[in-house]
Design a protein around this ligand. Structure first.
Ligand code: PLP
Length: 397
């Protein structure tokens, strides 16, 4: 993909174009200028947190149950998370293997601080959620990219993993389903990757935050459940996506107990225990009715179906997302760098979506389009995008 970043974007976007996270934030700020903007950039659910969860929080406040908990989390919540991992993911864990974090985001930073020595390398699939880059760099580590591609539905190739291993490789990070690609790492690949991790004595960090959102019959599989993996797997998850609880800032990690203890030390020295009321929310989410989650799954499935047709009608090319909330679309037929194209769609159509470069510098020919709006707004966004894309595509010819 060789589309250059021409002069057609404002300085505040150009200045951050090479930093995925800053670029995403700059575009969100620009979109705030347009009251009718339709945000297809965001990754946090637009749906309301289920009522029984918010009611549990209010009850905990009324009962005065707001004192800080132990740093690694409320014991009943750690137990409930352990139970969830055993039952749903086949992990062999107890409460001591769990830490409750202020979102998966904090979990990533705590983990890298606890795990890495300066110069250690972490293998990360490309494209990626660039917070990984920052978490790794914050601990003096180095991320090494593992290419994934469209033809392979962005599945991770064991041979690509093996080829990137050096004497400094400490860990391999996988994310399934993936932000931004919507791809998954299939069970056969996970089995082969687990063998590689064991052979090279690597830690595997498995980000499973989108595990509940799978389509077309695809099933989630946790690499930590495979023989020989319990002692080397860190499974990261959280409540933000599953229960539409992003603002509660509560996530969790399962890992060997010594690593959990090391993370708790960093957490004690930085943020302390996760907010107690958010932990009550998490407990209610795990132990309460799951019907709201099933309703979320139905809603996302419907939106994905609408976007499959709608984006194809726009002439965009993509591999059908198998999970998560995103379409990772190849926009190179438009002939404009994705960073510029995102800016133009925002300026001319008031549609916010993220350029591929928000997820790695190699992705100037891709857009990440999320499904986190009502079907009416998704339709409206498609309608606004069509004439703009048609016009630029015609100009490129
Ligand atoms: C792949 C992935 N992991 C982790 C997170 C962290 O989410 P949170 O901090 O809300 O739990 C996100 C959020 O967008 C994500 O996309």
């Amino acid at each position: 993909m060789n589309i250059s970043l021409n002069a057609n974007i404002p300085d505040e976007v150009r200045a951050v174009a090479s930093d995925g996270t800053k670029l995403r934030y700059a575009l969100m700020e620009l979109s705030a200028q347009y009251p009718d903007a339709i945000a297809l950039g965001r990754g946090d659910p637009d749906l309301a947190t289920p009522a029984h969860i918010t009611q549990a929080v209010m009850q905990s406040i009324r009962d005065g149950k707001t004192a800080p908990t132990p740093v690694a989390g409320m014991p009943t919540l750690r137990e409930a998370i352990g139970e969830k991992f055993r039952r749903e993911n086949g992990l062999d864990v107890v409460g001591d293997n769990i830490i409750v974090t202020a979102g998966g985001q904090e979990g990533l930073f705590l983990l890298m601080q606890a795990l890495l020595d300066p110069g250690d390398e972490v293998l990360v699939p490309d494209p990626r959620y660039t917070s990984y880059d920052e978490a790794i760099a914050s601990a003096g580590g180095k991320f090494v990219l593992i290419p994934t591609d469209h033809e392979d539905a962005f599945n991770l190739r064991p041979e690509a993993v093996e080829a990137a291993i050096t004497p400094r490789t400490k860990a391999l990070l996988i994310v399934t389903p993936s932000n931004p690609t919507g791809g998954i790492v299939t069970e056969d690949r996970l089995r082969a990757i687990a063998e590689i991790a064991i052979r090279h004595n690597l830690i595997v960090i498995s980000d499973e935050i989108y595990e509940k959102f799978l389509y077309d019959g695809w099933q989630h599989f946790s690499i930590g459940s495979l023989p020989g993996m319990a002692e080397r797997t860190v499974t990261l998850n959280g409540f933000s996506k599953t229960y539409a609880m992003t603002g509660f800032r509560v996530g969790f990690i399962a890992a060997p107990a010594n690593l959990i203890a090391a993370m708790a030390k960093v957490k004690a020295a930085t943020t302390g225990a996760t907010a107690t009321i958010s932990q009550w929310a998490g407990l209610a989410a795990l132990t309460g009715a799951q019907e709201p989650l099933h309703e979320f799954q139905r809603i996302y499935t419907e939106r994905r179906a609408l976007m499959l047709t709608g984006l194809r009608d726009l002439g965009l090319n993509f591999s059908d997302p198998r999970g998560a909330f995103f379409f990772w679309t190849n926009s190179s037929s438009i002939g404009i760098h994705a960073t510029v194209l995102s800016y133009l769609l925002l300026k001319e159509g008031h549609v916010l979506l993220f350029p591929g470069t928000g997820f790695g510098e190699n992705w100037g020919g891709y857009l990440r389009i999320s499904i986190l709006q009502t079907t009416d707004l998704l339709q409206e966004a498609l309608g606004r995008m069509k004439p703009i894309l048609d016009r630029y595509r015609a100009q490129a010819k």
